[in-house]
Design a protein around this ligand. Structure first.
Ligand SMILES: [Ca+2]
Ligand SMILES: [Ca+2]
Length: 235
């Protein structure tokens, strides 16, 4: 009997995973593009036109986009993906304003590439794991990446942060890898408790910064770091 029960549960789990579903509601008003996911797995891609100011909202993995799927003259973007495991992909944007992403609960992924942000970048992951990749992206003002406990993974490549940069990784075994990136403003990375791994390769720090590993057995590798080095606090 026990064996039969296990088999049936296994099949139900598989069926649940094979239904990605989910609806992302999109609205556009006064230059602000707003995306709101539901409590299912949502995958959405923002694909910018050649000027970086028009954007198509594309649902991936069967995610349905409700509302506008094209906007012209986007200044700010605000995204709230809510529960379950979500993916947000932003590529090739030229925003005069801010990009704000709240991934909600679940194991979420955020990918930002070849994008210029004139104001602020905010990424919030209140519950669950975050996998973040930022490549060839410039942020003119402040950047805040705030994640709760969980094993988070942040990778930043060939990017420019002109204002203050804050990473609060929360507890859990986090990985933070940065390559070829300029931090012109203040730099603060709080890795939280847990065994964290930090790798800084060919980075520039314009102002004194702090890298705090929190409790746990942390590993730090620095190669080719120039400018004002961060104050390392790894016990
Ligand atoms: Ca969701
Ligand atoms: Ca989520």
């Amino acid at each position: 009997m026990k064996e039969q029960l296990c088999t049936r549960l296994g099949v139900e789990e598989l069926e649940e995973r094979s239904v990605p579903a989910g609806v992302v509601r999109a609205s556009f008003r006064n230059g602000l593009l707003t995306l709101t996911g539901d409590n299912l797995n949502n995958s959405v891609r923002l694909q910018f036109g050649s000027t970086g100011r028009t954007v198509s909202v594309i649902g991936l993995d069967n995610t349905v986009i409700a509302g506008v799927n094209f906007a012209n003259g986007v200044r700010d973007i605000r995204i709230n993906m809510q529960g379950s495991n979500d993916l947000v992909l932003v590529w090739g944007g030229r925003l005069a304003g801010s990009l704000s992403i709240d991934t909600g609960q679940g194991s979420d992924r955020v990918i930002i590439g070849y994008t210029a942000i004139g104001n602020k970048l905010t990424i919030t992951n209140p519950i669950g794991n975050l996998e973040l990749a930022i490549t060839v992206t410039t942020v003119q003002r402040s950047t805040a990446i705030l994640t709760a406990g969980g094993a988070d993974n942040a990778t930043i490549v060939q990017s420019n942060f002109r204002g203050p940069f804050l990473l609060n990784a929360g507890n859990g075994a986090d990985t933070f890898a940065v390559t070829g990136t300029n931090f012109s403003g203040s730099f603060l990375a709080l890795m939280g408790d847990g065994n964290d791994t930090v790798t800084l390769t060919n980075c520039f720090f314009g102002q004194p910064g702090v890298l705090d590993g929190g409790l746990g057995t942390d590993g730090l590798t620095q190669t080719g770091v120039i400018g004002t080095p961060a104050t390392i606090s790894i016990p």
